[in-house]
Design a protein around this ligand. Sequence first.
Ligand SMILES: C[S@@+](CC[C@H](N)C(=O)[O-])C[C@H]1O[C@@H](n2cnc3c(N)ncnc32)[C@H](O)[C@@H]1O
Length: 309
Amino acid sequence: MTPHGHIPVLENEVARALSPRPGQTYADCTAGLGGHAALIAANVAPGGRVVLNDVDPGNLEAAAARVREVAPGVEVMTIRGNFAELPHHLRGMGVRADLVLADLGFSSNQMENAERGLSFMRDGPLDMRLDPTLPTTAADLVASLPEVELARLIAEYGEDKHARRIAARIVRARGEGPITTTGRLAEVVRSANGGVGGGGIDPATRTFQALRIAVNDELGCLEALMAHVEAEARAMAEGNPGGWLTRGGRVAVITFHSLEDRVVKASFERCEGLGCTDVLGGAAEASEGERGSNPRSRSAKVRCVEMPR
Ligand SMILES: C[S@@+](CC[C@H](N)C(=O)[O-])C[C@H]1O[C@@H](n2cnc3c(N)ncnc32)[C@H](O)[C@@H]1O
């Protein structure tokens, strides 16, 4: 853990992918605690601009403070919102980004804060919202979804082969009393799988991932962002200027599981069909050294496309 509470993954690979230069405009879809943003900001100085976006107001504020500290000469703009809307905001501000990064999911400080309800290792309210303004929590889904819907969600987003058994156990348990804490849900899921088990992953892992993806509509938001990138590529292929990206601008996305990576890979392939370049020649992954020092990096992949010039 750094003094900032989150170690950015794939820093070298992101720097290679985006290759920032002085004077460029960088838009960070998922500012987090500003680790990647600080790295890029230092390289777009002097004369550069950094647009920080995050759904979590606390993280956004921390990221802005960090970027201002490391790159005082760089203009910093902040947007608290979903990255699915970022292209719309950039257009509205008349800003075209040369470099865009989305580092998906959650930051370590969010996962470790029991009050956010993201972790089965820490007992807290079963919340899971990264955006505190969202109307539906994980507890709401667990209380209200029909069994078949819960099973579908755990199978699809958790890729858990025991999904039906877990959903049935959740429905039985909620009949005995509401499931409102992470600790209680973890207990229920483990009991469906016959306990904590041996050396493998905790049986609650996949169900928690599934609920988090559903609560935050993570795949829907990613698809929306990718659709905006593809629309820019199409406009540029037709000879138009970009609306929120520059010609030759680069977009990099860091994913942490196959469901996310599948969406990005397919979208970037369509972009290539529209004249974009695959900057990294596929996905780049963490080095052995990084995998050893930061377990979060082990499932991380970064892909990057360059818009038509
Ligand atoms: C992995 S962290 C980013 C860490 C950051 N790159 C750093 O180095 O500190 C992901 C961040 O994305 C935010 N986030 C997740 N989904 C989002 C969305 N759809 N729109 C905007 N922000 C989102 C989370 O609140 C979290 O702060």
